[in-house]
Design a protein around this ligand. Sequence first.
Ligand code: DLZ
Length: 156
Amino acid sequence: MHKETNLSAVHAGGTLSVAPDKRVGVVWSEWNPEITEALRDGCLETLRAHGIKSIHCLSVPGSFELPYAAQQLILKEGMDAVVCIGCIIQGETRHFEFIAQACADGIMRVGLDNNTPVIFGVLTTQNMAQARDRAGGTHGNKGVEAAYTCIKMLSM
Ligand code: DLZ
């Protein structure tokens, strides 16, 4: 049986560092707030633990809006990187594929177009239980992993 690695624990063993003057945006979706707020909190805690002091927080109605918000944070607020956090649950969402694909494509595009790391911290799960497992449950907290990814990309 496939066993998913808890990457939160793997990353925590590393020695990542980032310049303290870097500015990071964290934007999260208000859909499935039980999940996205847990991911957001894990992300913020990890960024702060690594010395990042300037963090601009912003919420958006849904994951579909994450790419636009990330672009605003880069162009208008001068962020050096943005972490996008969302949760799209297949069982409860008829247009799951449209939202998930648009969100992933948009996040990639905003990052490349603006030459700025934009991190995909969006869960796409079949049900709420799988989402809970990844928002502080048995598979760790993917918001923490998104923060580590952001720190690593900032140090490039
Ligand atoms: C409409 C919608 C649905 C059905 N499901 C989700 C979801 O599971 N997760 C999520 O983040 N957002 C969802 N949305 C909202 C869309 O992302 C978007 O906010 C609306 O379609 C308005 O553009």
